[in-house]
Design a protein around this ligand. Structure first.
Ligand code: NAD
Length: 300
């Protein structure tokens, strides 16, 4: 099976590395030559354009920043769909919206190409370990043909049903990451302002009913001030914007999501798109003139 991988960023890079290590005939392309150079030592062949990467591929996988880029990579000048062979499959791994899914799937199918939405969860660690959760929407038969490839990058691969189901599930679960991050920082701020040290507060939260993955995974990164460099603040805000868009299209009223989207929007405006996603916590620290810092925290 010849595989082409487009978009070798924080998530795409490690996924492509695992596909190369599994012995697939892999060609890769990213706008950034540095990103490409990180993958090619493991046997992936670099391409100098999207068209060169996908020509002759049985499967094309994309891991791209947002719906606009996905649309451009699909149908823009020099895009994948004009160059992919009839009968090949496009596996789209990004976090995306349903309008874009409908458009690009329609264009793919018109060109005789199968499409699966297959967004991922698990962060850069999950991508490196090949243990991602992958939420797949699309025809069962197309999914079955590519299950072995999915298992190279995922540890929890789920076919959820019709087209778009993957993107819906992805957005509905990832929103908790942002709600929890904001909630964690507010709870810690309350404790710290009330006189409890930040490290004590985190350890209490980790051992009480307020415990969450976010507290365990990101709490220490808040305390040591590194926040979390594996994911961009701008992409976190994109996810919150996609949440509100999805809520509107399915007729769901989600007041907390609306509030948290505003917080991420303000954080992007203040710190910039490329800063890391926990800078939303820094917004609260700045507003309270109180960093949630500890030099002595030891993860139990
Ligand atoms: P990233 O910004 O690190 O990577 C995106 C890559 O796409 C970059 O290397 C960029 O150069 C490349 N790119 C952009 N436009 C391109 C084009 N036209 N042609 C070729 N390459 C192009 O982002 P990421 O963190 O790897 O996230 C990728 C996707 O996965 C996003 O949709 C994100 O929301 C989602 N996601 C990220 C994480 C995470 O923890 N980082 C987790 C789950 C899902």
């Amino acid at each position: 099976m010849r595989v082409a991988f487009i978009g070798l960023g924080n998530m795409g890079g490690p996924m492509a590395r695992n596909i190369a290590l599994a012995g697939y005939d892999l060609t890769v392309f990213d706008l950034s030559p540095e990103r490409t150079a990180e993958v090619t030592p493991l046997g992936a062949k670099p391409a100098d354009s999207i068209v060169a990467a996908v020509t002759g591929a049985d499967v094309v996988m994309t891991s791209l920043p947002n719906p606009k880029v996905i649309q451009a990579v699909a149908t823009g000048t020099g895009g994948i769909l004009a160059a992919m062979p009839k009968g090949s499959t496009w596996i789209e791994l990004s976090t995306n919206n349903l309008d874009c899914e409908r458009d690009v799937r329609g264009a793919a199918n018109a060109a005789g190409i199968d499409f699966l939405d297959a967004p991922i969860s698990g962060g850069i660690e999950g991508a490196a370990l090949g243990s991602l959760t992958i939420m797949v929407g699309g025809e069962a038969e197309v999914f079955a043909r590519h299950e072995a490839l999915f298992n190279v990058i995922g540890g929890n691969v789920r076919h959820l049903g019709p087209h778009g189901a993957g993107y819906v599930a992805k957005i509905a679960q990832v929103v908790l990451c942002y709600l929890h991050s904001v909630a964690l920082s507010e709870a810690m701020m309350l404790g710290v302002k009330g006189g409890v040290p930040a490290d004590t507060m985190l350890s209490i939260i980790q051992n009480s009913t307020g415990r969450s993955y976010v507290a365990d995974r990101y709490g220490p990164a808040i305390l040591n001030g590194t926040y979390d460099p594996g994911f961009a603040l701008g992409l976190a805000h994109k996810d919150m914007a996609l949440t509100l868009e999805l809520a509107k299209s399915v007729g769901a009223t989600l007041p907390m999501c609306a509030q948290v989207e505003l917080i991420y929007d303000q954080a992007v405006k203040k710190y910039g798109f490329d800063e890391n996603h926990l800078m939303a916590v820094k917004l609260l620290e700045d507003a309270n003139d109180m960093p949630l810092r500890s030099d002595t925290f030891v993860q139990s």
